[in-house]
Design a protein around this ligand. Structure first.
Ligand SMILES: O=C1O[C@H](COP(=O)(O)O)[C@@H](O)[C@H](O)[C@H]1O
Length: 235
């Protein structure tokens, strides 16, 4: 458990994208050298897309890279809200393996979470990197207040993914989700956040001050992280 974080401030989102892409590339290369492959979880949403565009331009042995979204919205593949679609469009052409969290065949969000957990069991754990985003409401990945919150943050350590029904549903993507569990996130060999804007910065600062009893999901995650997290921020 750590309450240590390091803030990295940039002048703008483009500068942040270059720096974070460089850090991720270094982590991928180190994992390939050490273990023959890299398994990373990447945040969805809009903020990290310039980072992914930059990263995809880096010369790496992409065939040895497995990417899983840190969370996804339960929508069909190709839907504008689908995190795996956005990530896959950028990295599949490079040769990376992109593993979806969503199974369209699942009968409900709980079953979708169970299917994702089973699928992730085939990967090499722990993650080499988990890159998180943060919502203005303090959610991270898809760990939201609601009926599944306790399972997401206090569930069995070996559970890597689960289905969640945010309550209230977030306006920007009002659908059930599948998310990595707090345990899957906090055991990653490297934990990074990439966020923009003063409002999110204030939420994160408050969450850190609140510590393990934080009312914000990001506060719980940072308080439980096994290693110091790097928080990359641009206005
Ligand atoms: O719903 C989600 O929101 C967060 C934040 O997204 P952003 O668009 O404000 O950057 C994101 O990290 C998460 O992956 C996503 O599913």
């Amino acid at each position: 458990m750590t309450d240590e974080v390091e803030w990295w401030d940039y002048d703008d989102a483009a500068e942040m994208a270059g720096a974070v892409a460089g850090d991720i590339a270094f982590i991928i290369e180190s994992a390939i050298d050490a273990r023959g492959g890299a398994v990373i979880a990447l945040a969805g949403g809009k903020t990290p897309m310039p980072i992914y565009e930059k990263l995809s331009q880096t010369k790496l042995d992409w065939k040895r890279v497995t990417i899983v979204p840190g969370d996804d919205r339960i929508v069909p593949l190709g839907d504008p809200l689908s995190n795996v679609t956005a990530i896959g469009k950028i990295f599949i052409p490079k040769g990376a393996r992109v593993i979806p969290l969503i199974s369209e065949a699942a009968k409900d969000y709980k079953a979708a979470g169970k299917a994702a957990d089973a699928r992730l069991g085939d990967l090499h754990w722990p993650l080499d990197l988990c890159l998180l985003g943060v919502g203005a409401d303090g959610h991270t990945a898809s760990i939201f207040p609601g009926p599944d919150y306790d399972e997401a943050v206090n569930g069995p350590k070996e559970r890597r993914a689960l289905g969640v029904m945010p309550d209230p549903l977030p306006a920007e993507a009002p659908v059930p989700r599948v998310t990595l569990s707090l345990s899957a996130i906090t055991t990653a060999r490297a934990l990074m956040l990439a966020v923009t804007g003063d409002a999110k910065r204030k939420v994160i600062e408050t969450a850190i001050k609140q510590g393990p009893a934080s009312t914000y999901p990001i506060g719980r995650v940072l308080a439980d992280a096994e290693l110091p997290a790097d928080i990359h921020w641009a206005p």
